[in-house]
Design a protein around this ligand. Structure first.
Ligand code: ASP
Length: 343
């Protein structure tokens, strides 16, 4: 029996059309997909595709407009349809795709079916595009393989969603997971790394209420001042600050006002999470005396969480009502393959 796949179209370049203001989301995606498939594939090869049904966001978005509440809305749609389909494809803009992939991995824990997020750098409406291939291959993956994970499929790469990043703005190989091996590669053959896949679980889905003001981020840069931290945290709504520090987790510890601002925030109940600006490796706050300062003032090292996974996991845990102490304890305990075990 053919698998039944639900395609959720949220917007993004894949379904855009050019307008006087540049590419903008377009409603006619489903009809265009139908035409393109019929034009470019033989009836025989179309039969190799699973059956699919398309639903769409009432407001299609360029994903740079995405809000944390949209993760919950996507999660809600997948949750509502979970028992009626064998697999899911989310069509999404590339700009914030890695955030959504990470967020969905926390929302939809214990997955037992594939959820593949894809999009494209060139719209399906263009003669030459990467949209059709990304979508057709995603359909083949969701329709024929047992992949119980939130993945991104893009330009021949199947990536764990919560390890992925958009790394190129204007190339077709826009996504990678620099700190985790690819789950699969699609070339002449489809090669899935079964031993890397998460084991199928029992669905344990949670739809958090995400307040966009809860989590803030700042890179550390030469000359950063305490005022930056104080300004970021100048609201009762903020519950967590992500630092993107240097190397293995080093801040400018000679800047005592800066360190004092962080310490004050931590004492006031803000979760301070230290990620690295590097694409590979992990945070090790004790390796240098500069980093050890952060241990002394209660900053939590983020291990090898990507910025996107750290950000969305904080939103998820805060949205689920966890307090600061619980979040500090659990943030680097892997829930769904997002980081390596640290204990
Ligand atoms: N700005 C677009 C979006 O993220 C870019 C893309 O889809 O490639 O929706």
């Amino acid at each position: 029996m053919k698998r039944q796949i639900l395609i959720l179209y949220t917007g993004g370049t894949i379904g855009m059309k050019s307008s006087a203001q540049g590419y903008a989301p377009d409603d006619g995606f489903e009809a265009l997909l139908d035409t393109r498939l019929r034009l470019q594939q033989s009836p025989d090869s179309i039969h190799q595709l699973p059956d699919y049904h398309v639903v769409k966001f009432s407001q299609l978005i360029d994903s740079s407009n995405l809000m944390p509440a949209d993760w919950t809305q996507i999660g809600q749609t997948l949750n509502d349809n979970w028992n009626n389909y064998d697999g899911f494809i989310v069509l999404h803009g590339t700009d914030t795709m890695a955030y959504t992939a990470s967020a969905l991995s926390f929302i939809l824990q214990g997955m037992n079916k594939p959820v593949i997020i894809t999009g494209s750098q060139i719209p399906l409406s263009e003669l030459r595009n990467d949209a059709l291939d990304n979508l057709v291959t995603s359909l083949i993956l969701a329709g024929n393989y047992d992949i119980p994970e939130i993945c991104i499929y893009f330009n021949g790469r199947l990536l764990r969603g919560n390890r992925s990043k958009k790394i190129k703005s204007a190339e077709l190989d826009a996504f990678d997971s620099p700190n985790f091996p690819w789950l699969g590669q699609v070339g002449i053959h489809i090669d899935i790394q079964k031993k890397l896949l998460l084991k199928p679980g029992q669905p344990d889905f949670n739809l958090p209420h995400c307040n966009p003001n809860r989590v803030v981020i700042t890179p550390i840069y030469p000359g950063i001042s305490a005022r930056v931290i104080d300004a970021l945290l100048d609201s009762d709504e903020v519950r967590a600050l992500i630092l993107q520090s240097y190397g293995v987790g080093n801040p400018p510890d000679k800047n005592t006002a800066f360190i004092a601002s962080l310490e004050r925030a931590g004492n006031n109940g803000v979760v301070l999470l230290n990620t690295t600006q590097c694409l590979q490796g992990s945070v090790n706050q004790g390796a240098y005396a500069t980093g050890a300062t952060l241990n002394r003032i209660g900053v939590t090292p983020a291990a090898d969480l990507t910025l996107e996974a750290a950000f969305t996991k904080l939103h998820f845990l805060i949205g689920m009502g966890d307090d600061a102490a619980t979040i500090r304890k659990n943030i680097t305990r892997p829930l769904c393959g997002e980081c390596s075990h640290t204990d």
